[in-house]
Design a protein around this ligand. Structure first.
Ligand SMILES: CC(C)(COP(=O)(O)OP(=O)(O)OC[C@H]1O[C@@H](n2cnc3c(N)ncnc32)[C@H](O)[C@@H]1OP(=O)(O)O)[C@@H](O)C(=O)NCCC(=O)NCCS
Length: 158
């Protein structure tokens, strides 16, 4: 049941969440699954942090989505962000982005970057609404079955 954003809370991800994060990544990006080890290796790195969006509407706490971010000097990058299909269009990604931005700014980031597939219109609308602007294009960056898709590089001042 999707009870909207009022039922969403965030918590920091730890390396112990690596398997749950990999399962969400797989559900959100079937063409680009990440191994559990990728999350387990990234999360302890300096400047890296993860967020998990949760619901408590049901008797059990359930994950709705996640974001993984890295801060280096005064720049932050969203490495991955996804919301499980049953929880979409209720503002969860907007919340993840907003919370990641606050945390990144708190760690010294002045701007945030991310890459999005040129054909990912849902994500591009999300980022546009959040104030990101296009600053570059990486040609043929993502593999989609038999063809390649460009990546748009987006930036927002924090
Ligand atoms: C893209 C994604 C993260 C959006 O998550 P979400 O929680 O549904 O997004 P939100 O509810 O916070 O949406 C915020 C705004 O983004 C835009 N948006 C989100 N999904 C959209 C869709 N399917 N179609 C059009 N606009 C969309 C809308 O402007 C929306 O505001 P609105 O609902 O008031 O119109 C989610 O669809 C997803 O996980 N997709 C697969 C993984 C992915 O593409 N990740 C991003 C890679 S860069």
């Amino acid at each position: 049941m999707n009870n909207g954003i009022a039922d969403t809370r965030m918590r920091a991800a730890s390396p112990f969440d690596a398997a749950a994060l990999a399962a969400m990544q797989q559900a959100c990006f079937p063409d680009e699954p990440w191994e559990t080890a990728a999350f387990a290796d990234l999360l302890p790195l300096p400047g890296c942090f993860g967020l998990i969006a949760l619901t408590q509407a049901a008797a059990l706490v359930q994950p709705k989505g996640f974001a993984l971010c890295r801060v280096a000097a005064d720049e932050a990058e969203i490495l991955s962000i996804g919301v499980l299909p049953g929880w979409r269009r209720s503002g969860v990604a907007q919340c993840l982005l907003a919370d990641a931005s606050v945390l990144a700014a708190g760690r010294g980031a002045a701007r945030m970057f991310l890459e999005v597939a040129a054909d990912n219109l849902a994500a591009r609308r999300l980022y546009c609404a959040a104030g990101f602007e296009s600053v570059g294009l990486r040609k043929a960056y993502y593999r989609r079955g038999g063809h390649m898709v460009d990546a748009v590089v987006l930036k927002r001042e924090l």
